[in-house]
Design a protein around this ligand. Structure first.
Ligand SMILES: Nc1ncnc2c1ncn2[C@@H]1O[C@H](COP(=O)(O)OP(=O)(O)O)[C@@H](O)[C@H]1O
Ligand SMILES: [Mg+2]
Length: 265
């Protein structure tokens, strides 16, 4: 018979490994959701690039060529921004914690979701304050934000608005990220259930997104592992606001990598 303590340690390790795998699988599923919108965006960028390249070839005068080069450069930079954001979001770095400027990682994630929102006629408004730093695993916090934004989009039946805000709490202790929508809202009696694993009121949308009930449970685990808080305020038929609070770090600087411990709730 093996030592029970060793067996427990082994099982705990397996649970931790499976939690990490589930998190990565959920993240890649959300990338899949965005694939259509991102592919359309790339097509638009390519069309712009090809048209201006043709213009530059046909018209030899310097002003026309300069204009063509500028347009091609801007389009290519936009494409590079999307691929860089996508690669950094999809990369699995469970052990990494850095002091990061929250508005930068929030902005990078929104580059990936904005076209998806446009497809559903959802307007995106942002208020991203600068110089707000927190010590986080950036890709995990982006995953939380991605879940909240996709939930917000799914809560909006026809046209609406999603507002993403990065700010500091009034007592200067927390960095806050808020995602506000003008969607269907959540009845009071349902709110205690939404963070439970597998609680869902949806069937998957045409992108196959939603309907598993693991999104908010993962968000809660990730935020708690960061010693943060996640709060929800909602009014049926008016909308919902999710607010993430993360311990505020006063200054930017490199911090050694350490692993936020995922709690399996
Ligand atoms: N922004 C929102 N507006 C209205 N309801 C929401 C919102 N976000 C989450 N919910 C509710 O919480 C439930 C659980 O969300 P989640 O854990 O992300 O699972 P899923 O998206 O797979 O249903 C949803 O099914 C929905 O009922
Ligand atoms: Mg969800």
């Amino acid at each position: 018979m093996s030592d029970p303590a060793a067996r427990i340690a082994e099982l705990e390790k397996q649970v931790a490994d499976l939690s990490s795998q589930l998190m990565q699988a959920q993240k890649l599923a959300s990338v899949g959701t965005l694939a259509t919108a991102i592919t359309h965006e790339f097509n638009n960028i390519l069309t712009t690039t090809i048209n201006y390249a043709k213009m530059g070839v046909r018209h030899q005068d310097a002003p026309t060529r300069d204009k063509a080069f500028e347009k091609i450069l801007a389009a290519s930079q936009r494409a590079a921004k999307i691929t860089t954001s996508l690669l950094s979001y999809a990369r699995h770095k469970p052990n990494r914690v850095d002091v990061v400027n929250l508005s930068v990682i929030v902005g990078d994630l929104l580059v990936l979701v904005e076209k998806d929102l446009m497809r559903y006629r959802v307007q995106l408004e942002t208020h991203l304050a600068d110089n707000i730093f927190a010590e986080i695993n950036a890709s995990q916090i982006q995953q939380v934000l991605m879940n909240l934004v996709i939930n917000a989009r799914q809560a909006i039946k026809e046209r609406g608005q999603v507002t993403v805000t990065v700010s500091k709490s009034s007592d200067n202790k927390w960095a806050e990220i808020a995602v506000k929508d003008t969607g269907c809202g959540i009845p009071k009696e349902v709110i205690p259930k939404i963070f439970q694993n597998f609680y869902t009121t949806k069937t998957a949308d045409e992108q196959g997104q939603g309907g598993t009930g693991i999104g908010l449970a993962l968000c809660k685990d990730i935020i708690e592992a960061h010693k943060g808080r996640i709060r929800v305020e909602s009014t049926p038929n008016v909308g919902t606001t999710f607010t993430l609070k993360l311990p505020l770090v006063k200054q930017a600087g490199l911090v050694k990598s350490k692993e936020p411990q995922l709690v399996n709730s």
